[in-house]
Design a protein around this ligand. Structure first.
Ligand code: FAD
Ligand code: NAI
Length: 467
């Protein structure tokens, strides 16, 4: 076999692409991975999940030291924080994981090409490297080119005062006033990071709720708790433009037909991301994107062109790293003749604020809107022993189940560590578990996860530790 003949060529090395490459190699496929940037790992590792979680962790510790240490008898007089060291710690984490992905590619004998991958006709991918161009022959091609930031037409990014998350994970000093457009995952996570460091953060959202993808009860409690942490929300507010006055940027917006202005040192635009297919050469293979720019695929990730597949943020569905990974695995298994599959009903969704918010499956509202007769059980963390012992009483777990069969339809969690708690709900749902199954599952005492068990019991009106 010629050096440039592959069973599988993957374009894009994010969590979708690099995980697909590992699975390809495990299944005996000669696999190549193409990445246009110097480092592997995509958005998630380089400018997304990992750097943002590193910053959230560091600032949460700083916030604890500044706000709560004293009540534990910890004296931290003259507390300070160095943004330079904070960023160095984040970069160290990212570098460690970059090296980890590189190692995994070597260990799995995946051939990595550093360059822009372009579709060059059926079964051919051109890689434009720094000084060279190589054409790879591919029996199968997976497009895993991910997503990119969305720019508002009247709020152009300038990398200085109007920025995306790419810059907001790397400011070299704390902006005095940070205005965030969008109260979704990025707005709440990075808004929290900079508020903890002393920024005055104002978040503008055109919907009436923050974190609108979650259950209304969760969004409302999150708003109340984040307000206490100093975040200011302006809901039902539509951004209309920007002006500059005396060296200051002022964001213009409309709130219930009234003009409002927000002075800012930095404006972070976090209104979603768009599928990324720039320079990919989709036209060379006859693939057309949909109205939102996604590459349409069938249930087995096949595009309209034979031998070309697509996964991750570039196809429809939630833009989440674990969704991209699962699609990568399932897609390659299908290519290898196996029965890979993604269960889209049980993809967890988490916002890593303090407290964290997490969900899986349907909300009570979406279940009712789909015409399903359902019942819900809720358990407040205030009734959980571990929560009381660890200052984590803010929040609740809510389980929604089918009224007829008791099968769990969805779970919503807002509490410290919700990202870890949601995993047991995902597992129960994956195996078709009922609310009673969840309620009868033994959870260690004392743990916050007992709230999950209690919420399962609450669906049948049998929670043990609530009155
Ligand atoms: P990507 O990770 O976007 O990777 C695509 C790769 O393809 C990139 O490296 C790109 O350079 C490369 N590429 C594109 N075109 C070409 C080409 N023509 N040739 C060669 N290479 C190409 N998700 C979570 O689940 N949890 C989180 O906590 C989380 N936090 C996030 C925080 C932020 C600030 C952001 C921005 C996103 C976050 N996400 C999170 C979303 C997550 O990053 C994405 O869902 C995930 O990275 C998608 O994976 P992917 O493999 O589809 O694409
Ligand atoms: P998002 O879709 O989570 O939130 C965008 C928010 O902006 C929504 O609340 C929306 O109503 C609002 N909005 C849209 N246009 C607006 C406008 N013109 N004015 C005011 N508000 C407006 O998108 P976000 O936060 O940009 O994140 C992008 C993607 O990255 C998401 O799909 C998310 O899944 C992923 N991500 C995931 C994280 C996680 O899993 N913890 C963390 C960060 C990002």
């Amino acid at each position: 076999m010629s050096e440039n003949n592959f069973d599988l060529v993957i374009i894009g090395s994010g969590p979708g692409g690099y995980v697909a490459a590992i699975r390809g190699s495990q299944l005996g496929l000669k696999t190549a991975l193409i990445e246009k940037y110097e480092h592997l790992g995509g958005t998630c590792l380089n400018v997304g999940c990992i750097p943002s979680k590193a910053l959230l962790h560091s600032t949460e510790m700083y916030n604890f030291a500044a706000q709560s240490a004293e009540v534990h008898g910890i004296d931290l007089t003259n507390l300070s924080i160095s943004i330079k060291k904070l960023m160095a710690k984040k970069n160290k984490t990212v570098n460690q994981l970059r090296a980890g992905v590189e190692h995994l590619m070597k260990a799995n004998k995946v051939k990595v090409f550093n360059g822009l991958g372009m579709l060059a006709g059926l079964g051919k991918v051109r890689v434009k490297e720094k000084h060279d161009e190589t054409v790879l022959n591919a029996k199968n091609i997976i497009i895993a080119t991910g997503s990119s930031t969305i720019e508002l037409p009247f709020l152009k990014f300038d990398a200085e005062s109007v920025v995306s998350s790419d810059q907001a994970i790397a400011f070299d000093k704390v902006p005095k006033k940070l205005v965030v457009v969008g109260a979704g995952a990025i707005g709440l996570e990075l808004g929290s990071v900079w508020a903890r460091l002393g920024s005055q953060v104002e978040i503008i959202e055109f919907l009436p709720l923050i974190a609108p993808a979650f259950d209304k009860d969760v969004s409302k409690m999150a708003e109340r708790l984040f307000k206490k942490q100093g975040l200011k929300f302006h809901l039902k507010t539509k951004v209309t433009g920007i002006k500059k006055e005396n060296g200051k940027v002022i964001l213009l917006a409309e709130k219930i037909e009234k003009q409002v202005e927000f002075e800012a040192d930095k404006i972070l635009v976090a209104v979603g991301r768009r599928p990324y297919t720039d320079h990919l050469g989709l036209e060379a293979v006859g693939i057309e994107t949909d109205e939102k720019g996604h590459i349409p695929v069938d249930a087995h990730f096949k595009t309209s062109t034979e031998g070309i597949y697509a996964i991750g943020d570039v196809i429809p569905g939630p833009m989440l790293a674990h969704k991209a990974e699962e699609e990568g695995v399932a897609c390659v298994e299908r290519i290898a003749g196996q029965a890979g599959n993604v269960n889209y009903n049980v993809i967890p969704n988490v916002i890593y604020t303090e407290p964290e918010i997490a969900s899986v499956g349907m909300t009570e509202t979406t279940a009712k809107e789909s015409g399903i007769e359902c019942k819900s059980g809720k358990f407040n963390l205030a009734g959980n022993g571990r929560a009381i012992a660890t200052d984590a009483t803010d929040g609740f777990v809510k389980v929604t189940a089918c009224a007829k069969t008791d099968r769990i339809l969805g779970v919503q969690v807002i509490c410290k560590g919700a990202s870890e708690l949601i995993a047991s709900a995902v597992t129960h749902m994956e195996y078709g578990g009922s609310a009673e199954d969840l309620g009868r599952t033994i959870h260690a005492h004392p743990t916050l996860s007992e709230a999950m068990k209690e919420a399962g019991l609450a669906v049948g009106g049998k929670a043990l530790h609530s009155s």
